[in-house]
Design a protein around this ligand. Sequence first.
Ligand SMILES: C[S@@+](CC[C@H](N)C(=O)[O-])C[C@H]1O[C@@H](n2cnc3c(N)ncnc32)[C@H](O)[C@@H]1O
Length: 213
Amino acid sequence: MEFITKDLSDYCENNTSAETDILAQLNRETHLKVVSPRMLSGHLQGRFLSFISKLQQPKLVVEIGTYTGYSALCLAEGLAENGKLISIDVNEETSAFAKSFIQKTEYANKIDLVLADAKDYIPTIKESIDLVFIDADKKNYLNYYHLVIDKLNKGGLIIADNVLWSGKITMSESAMDKETLALHQFNQFVQQDKRVENMLLPIRDGLMVVRKK
Ligand SMILES: C[S@@+](CC[C@H](N)C(=O)[O-])C[C@H]1O[C@@H](n2cnc3c(N)ncnc32)[C@H](O)[C@@H]1O
C-alpha cells in the first residue's frame, strides 16, 4: 500500500531516475506470470535501495526474501568491487524465476541465491555484513534483526520493508492481528535499541532504516 495519492506517487516516480530496462522487464513479467506481484519492491523503492547501496558501497549485502529478484538487482548496483549479495528465500519457484533474470545481468556472478529458511541460513554466514534488507515473513522480523545485528559492521545498515503494514500498525495493540503485532514489536524494539540510530520512512508500505553506531 502507498500512503500518498496515486497522482503524487506517479509524480514521484516520474521525477526519479528510471528503472533499468532489465528491471522494467522483470517488473512487467512478474506482474504477468507470478502470484502476488505486489510483493515486488517496484520503481520508487527500488531506486531508493539502489541509492542507499551506492552510498554504502557494501562488500556484503544480505537480503532476506528474494521473491523474483527485483530488490536484489537494485541493491547489487551499489556493491563494492568484489562485493557480493546473498539473497535468501524458501520458495523454489520464485527463486528459479529470479535466477533466470539475474543470469542475464552483469550481477550474475555477484548474487548468490540461497534456497533456505533464513532463520536457519543466517547463523551460517561467517563474514561481517554491511547492508541487510529484511523483506520476508513479517512474524520473524525481530528474529532476523537479532540474527544479523552482531554480524553487522559499525556503520552498517538494516532496511526493513512493510513496517507500516498498510496503515494497520497504528491500531490499538489489542486489535492487531499476529503479523501487525510482530511488525509493531519490531519497530518498538528498534526504537529503544541503543546500539543503533533509526528512521521510519513512509516510502511505499514503510521502510525502517537502521544504522549501527
Ligand atoms: C515480499 S517478498 C520479497 C520481495 C523482494 N524483496 C522484492 O522487493 O522484490 C517476500 C519473500 O519472502 C520469502 N520468505 C518467506 N518466509 C521466508 C523465510 N522464512 N526464509 C526465507 N524467505 C522467506 C517468500 O517466499 C517471498 O518470496
